[in-house]
Ligand binder design. Sequence first.
Ligand code: ATP
Ligand code: MG
Length: 292
Amino acid sequence: MKELIGKANVLLEALPYIKAFYGRTVVIKYGGHAMVNDSLRSNFARDIILLRYIGIKPVVVHGGGPQIGRILDKMGKETRFVKGHRITDEETMDVVEMVLGGKVNKDIVALIQKHGGRAVGLTGKDGGLFTVEKLLIEEPQVNGPPEIIDPGRVGKVTRVDPEIIRKLDDSNFIPVVAPVGVDVDGNTYNVNADAVAGALAGALQAEKLILMTDVPGIQDEEGELISSLNQSTLGEMVSRGTIHGGMLPKVEAAADALEAGVSKVHIINGTIDHAVLLEVFTETGIGTEIVQ
Ligand SMILES: Nc1ncnc2c1ncn2[C@@H]1O[C@H](COP(=O)(O)OP(=O)(O)OP(=O)(O)O)[C@@H](O)[C@H]1O
Ligand SMILES: [Mg+2]
């Protein structure tokens, strides 16, 4: 009996959070680096389904860097990263679209379906969900003006039309979004998944943006996890180079989402079982919380 009452208490602990987030949207970026094994992936799917059934509206945006890398390796194609963005030529773009919009997206959709949820996969193209334009990367130089790097088919989100997400939400489908989009001329672009998640969170006026990755959160120079950060401290950490590479698009996405009215952004370790539930339903949460 004691054990049973204990179970009831666990459920009750979640009550304030269920109440606060009921009917609200939570955008979750599921990083390619967090999809490490079957048990973690299944637990992720079940966490998302649980959110949906208690009345929270999850929107999943996924990455797939390692999966793209493996196929490019097999093709003998090398890729370079600048500030966390993959330099993407036309051929690489085809691979990115096939891997992200095809394999990775459908695997996540199928996994959610398998565990009893209902999911629909989309890219930015579907229902005109988001429009992009070419991204140019500025690399600061010690002397003189920043160098402008053209990463090829890498886009940034310029417009979000959330209607298709709302329609899916209304019918209890969980949207699963691949970060591939088109510009106004119909050219296809690879977009960083963190950036897509940030833009969607803003457009949907989400309660939270959760970025799942393979590190505990944002770490300082000594590698210590920082549990809470505000915008100005983040800016300093970026200029000092403490935040670099794949963490840069996350920090930018966080800033955009907060700017657009999202209350909180969390960067969490997706390689921890049930990371999403631990973040949403506990007082302290896990990982790094970013506030205005
Ligand atoms: N200050 C920092 N704290 C923590 N991680 C950092 C920091 N600066 C850079 N990073 C790097 O950022 C990486 C996370 O971004 P990365 O793009 O590699 O993965 P992801 O976004 O989770 O997956 P994907 O890009 O496939 O969707 C970490 O593995 C770490 O190496
Ligand atoms: Mg990344």
